[in-house]
Design a protein around this ligand. Structure first.
Ligand SMILES: CC(C)(COP(=O)(O)OP(=O)(O)OC[C@H]1O[C@@H](n2cnc3c(N)ncnc32)[C@H](O)[C@@H]1OP(=O)(O)O)[C@@H](O)C(=O)NCCC(=O)NCCS
Length: 170
């Protein structure tokens, strides 16, 4: 019974996700979609590894993460369908607030494009989609933290510098 339920979950998570396809000038087909379990074998963790250290993420851990996502935690990816490889990703988290009349704020996280295809607009495509998602969800703003070297990229995506980034690292 448990196996049947898990199989159904995998089926629906693998096949019934949002997807948008597009083709570049060289005829290569890309798929922009919500992260699904099939992306594990298409280099998703390796891609994240270009952003920061990921540690050991096996398939079970990946599935737990994927099935744990809620509608306020959106992970988008772009896949090069010809290569079966995930080449860009980004996340938006929707935070309910009590201030501003209980409205929502979007937080963009973990934007990365595979180093072999940087400068081709994939990062911007993901960021604009995530920002649009936040807008449609009812957020009054979308914010992010980044290194100084990435400020020009986010400015190209329509962001403006506001305040300073701070942290306590545990
Ligand atoms: C930052 C990053 C995501 C950009 O992705 P990308 O797919 O190469 O970016 P795009 O091709 O969509 O660039 C969009 C625009 O920003 C510009 N741009 C991209 N990176 C830039 C940079 N570092 N400095 C200045 N401009 C930059 C591009 O030239 C392009 O300009 P255009 O619209 O006038 O043509 C990518 O370099 C990356 O993955 N870096 C390593 C991980 C990282 O630092 N992520 C950000 C975490 S906050």
């Amino acid at each position: 019974m448990k196996v049947a339920i898990l199989s159904l979950l995998i089926f629906f998570n693998t096949f019934s996700v949002y997807e948008e396809r597009f083709v570049d000038g060289n005829g290569v087909t890309y798929s922009l979609h919500h992260l699904h379990v099939g992306d594990y074998k298409k280099g998703y963790i390796e891609l994240l590894g270009q952003l920061t250290e990921c540690g050991q993420i096996n398939f079970s851990k990946f599935c737990l993460f994927r099935y744990g996502l809620n509608p306020q935690h959106i992970v988008l990816v772009i896949e090069n369908c010809d290569q079966g490889k995930i080449i860009a990703t980004g996340t938006v988290l929707i935070e309910p607030k009590l201030i501003h009349s209980g409205r929502l704020v979007g937080h963009i996280e973990d934007i990365v494009t595979d180093e072999s295809v940087r400068g081709h607009g994939f990062g911007k495509n993901i960021v604009l989609k995530l920002a649009q998602y936040a807008k449609v969800a009812g957020c009054y703003k979308v914010i992010l933290d980044c290194k100084a070297e990435n400020v020009p990229f986010y400015e190209k995506c329509g962001f403006t510098v506001k305040g300073s980034e701070m942290e306590i690292r545990f």
